[in-house]
Design a protein around this ligand. Structure first.
Ligand code: NDP
Ligand code: OXD
Length: 309
């Protein structure tokens, strides 16, 4: 039983160590030294080159190192008969909840302005609404969006969420589907995107959507750069339709030198690290799923290829 690993070079040692420690019986192959490819039954991957996975004839499952699987479904040659399993792992969820709470609080408390005032040695008491008077909206109420919505509701923000199918989450006003989107946006002052990137959600954070938010709303995108039209974000910031934005993800990553988002005074840039998969916790999930497959059970967190998430 062999598992092939493909991850960022910077994190390969940590993944390798976690696999060797927690699954010593596993025949671990590295991407650049696959050996006999007919042995390979499992692939644990982040952004594999297009067409490569199709070359393993005996694959039983493809495990995504990330929660997002767009890096796999953009491969037109992805083997259609092999289940794709996404990463659901408590520490990944916790990391994202921390990121969302941190940046919602920064927007809510107008922390960016406070920091600019400090730099200018300006003493100005900025009055902000109470949390129950602040309307936060989360696009995507899955593993990550659901946890963030619950955490913000726990801080007594006025939280709403938007998903594809109807949901019930205590303390969260739930909207769904195309017909629920406008009402969700009309009431949202701080918008958080935690959608998967699919053909339906590509480019969703655009000028039309921003125009449906109350003037001066703010945006946090911790999902994918493909969700956002960056020129529209800059225009909305200039017009005041958006007051500020925090972006963890970009159309091109790393964000190119000289890109206007780097230096915009009302943009916070983070380098796609809202939540990084922890190899130790993630390997536990992968091993548990390999055991399920061995017992003839379907793996947990299997992706619906039609929906693309
Ligand atoms: P899930 O699959 O658990 O949840 C996705 C949510 O989005 C669901 O509520 C789903 O609705 C909703 N959704 C999907 N398509 C649509 C649509 N067309 N209209 C409305 N709602 C839609 O994903 P996760 O919460 O685990 O992860 C979300 C994304 O976060 C990942 O795909 C990834 O891109 C990103 N991510 C970013 C990280 C970072 O560091 N920046 C780290 C980890 C993840 P329904 O519930 O009805 O199915
Ligand atoms: C993920 C990511 O999808 O890190 O998990 O972006």
């Amino acid at each position: 039983m062999a598992l092939i690993l493909r991850t960022d070079a910077a994190r390969a040692d940590a993944w390798r160590a976690a696999l060797e420690r927690q699954a010593p019986e596993l025949d671990l192959r590295m991407w650049d030294e696959p050996g006999d490819i007919t042995d390979i039954e499992f692939a644990l991957v982040w952004k594999p080159a297009r067409g490569v996975l199709r070359g393993f004839p005996n694959l039983k499952a493809i495990f995504s190192i990330g929660a997002g699987v767009d890096h796999l479904f953009t491969d037109p040659e992805l083997p259609a008969d092999v289940p794709v399993v996404r990463m659901v792992e408590p520490e990944l969820t916790r990391g994202m909840t921390e990121y969302v709470v941190l940046h919602v609080l920064r927007h809510h408390r107008r922390q960016r302005e406070m920091e600019a005032n400090q730099r200018a040695e300006k003493w100005e008491m900025i009055q902000v609404p109470t949390a129950p008077a602040r309307k936060v909206g989360i696009m995507g109420l899955g593993e990550l969006g659901g946890a963030s919505a619950r955490a913000l509701a726990g801080l007594e923000f006025d939280v709403a969420g938007w998903s594809r199918s109807p949901k019930e989450i205590p303390g969260v006003e739930c909207f769904h589907g195309d017909f629920g989107l406008d009402a969700f946006l009309a009431r949202t002052e701080i918008l958080v995107c935690l959608l998967p990137l699919t053909p339906e959600t590509e480019g969703i954070l655009n000028a039309d959507l921003f125009a449906k938010l109350p003037k001066g709303a703010s945006l946090i995108n911790a999902a994918r750069g493909g969700h956002q039209i960056e020129a529209d974000i800059l225009t909305a910031l200039e017009s005041g339709q958006l007051s500020e934005t925090t972006l963890d993800v970009f159309r091109e990553e790393p964000l190119p030198a000289g890109h206007p988002l780097w230096r915009h005074p009302r943009v916070t840039v983070t380098p796609h690290n809202a939540s990084l998969t922890d190899p130790i916790g993630a390997v536990k999930q992968v091993i548990a799923n390999i055991e399920r497959i061995r017992r003839g059970e379907p793996p947990l967190n299997i992706v619906d290829p039609k929906a693309g998430y």
